[in-house]
Design a protein around this ligand. Structure first.
Ligand code: PBG
Length: 326
């Protein structure tokens, strides 16, 4: 086996997978206001920015060949409510940002998150049953809210809506709403296999939902990390309901799920290298324990090897720069 590993030329000739900037989706956190840049302490290198500060980031993503941005809003406390009504306000933060980005950079794909957690006073992804002492997140009532949110984003110009809420039947409900309103080109990226993971902690700090969620958890709708067959069933349901793209989340601890989805269902498969994975790499690198670039690029390549067609990662711009300079 070592004959082929001996020289760079033969290693290159037998390399099975490559990472390119075409594989990357860059997540960004956006705030109200002007000229605002806030750091996120648990995610070094990640910031929350106002729209004017996001524009140069979008321009750079485009220049680096990164196909798409995924937008995550940071919603002011006075716009959060039990019913999350701000989620489908056509003058809200996300529709305004989407409109401006699509006007300036029409070729850059814009993906918006469909879930209520940035907008709810309780930090859950859906609407809570007021009669239930345990605060059950209601399924079908939430679907109506998600459909409104998705239509609002599509009408603002979002290319892809990405339901990350894990309610049952949301892809079908969103597709019907989009079709009925002539938003026939809007793609649906379904977070089909989204696990109830503790690796989301830094993200909840970044969007400011950690405090709202408190000691609450999302076990009644996100998947149990113990399960694998259930992920296949979730993706199969979302295929039947009309999704176009399928996400596995988190990434590195779930490479087996990425591989199963790709092999068994043969659909466009994406993976989310989540905030906790990013934070681990950053923390180890800051301590001098790991080589940041080498380890980040190895992790991204491993997603390709596992079968991912694309990777949502906080390293997207760095990775695209590293690929240029290689
Ligand atoms: C919720 C949502 C989560 C993430 C993105 N959207 C997780 C959650 O709070 O349950 C996590 C992403 C990350 O950790 O990077 N709609």
């Amino acid at each position: 086996m070592r004959r082929m590993r001996r020289d760079d030329f033969s290693r290159r000739l037998m390399r099975e997978n490559v990472l390119t900037s075409d594989d990357l989706i860059y997540p960004v956190f956006v705030l109200e206001g002007q000229n605002r840049v806030e750091t996120v302490s648990s995610m070094p290198g990640v910031t929350r920015v106002s729209l004017d500060r996001l524009l140069p980031v979008a321009e750079e993503a485009l220049a680096l060949g990164v196909p798409a941005l995924a937008l995550f809003p940071v919603i002011d406390a006075d716009h959060k409510s039990e019913g999350a009504e701000e989620a489908w306000n056509p003058q809200g933060l996300v529709p305004r940002v989407v409109g401006e980005l699509k006007k300036r950079f029409p070729e850059l794909g814009i993906i918006t998150d469909i879930a209520l957690d940035p907008y709810t006073s309780h930090g859950q992804d859906g609407l809570i049953d007021p009669r239930d002492p345990r605060g059950y997140v209601m399924n079908d009532e939430t679907l109506e809210a998600l459909a409104r949110q998705a239509l609002c984003h599509a009408q603002a110009g979002a290319d892809v809506v990405a339901p990350s809420d894990m309610m049952d039947g949301r892809v079908a409900r969103i597709r019907a709403e989009l079709d009925r309103n002539q938003q026939i080109h809007t793609r649906i990226l379904a977070y089909s296999a989204k696990y109830a993971s503790s690796f989301y902690g830094p993200f909840r700090d970044a969007v400011g939902s950690a405090g709202n969620l408190g000691k609450g958890n999302k076990y009644t709708y996100q998947m149990d990390p113990a399960n694998s067959d259930e992920a296949i069933r979730e993706v199969a349901l979302d295929i039947a309901e009309g999704a176009d793209m399928f996400m596995v989340k988190p990434g590195m601890p779930y490479l087996d799920i990425v591989r199963r989805v790709k092999t068994e269902l043969q659909v466009p498969t994406y993976v989310y290298q989540v905030s906790g994975e990013y934070a681990m790499l950053k923390a180890a690198a800051a301590n001098g324990w790991l080589d940041e670039k080498a380890c980040a690029m190895e992790a991204l390549l491993a997603f390709k090897r596992a079968g991912a067609d694309g990777i949502l990662t906080y390293f997207a711009l760095d990775a695209a720069r590293w690929l240029r300079s290689a």
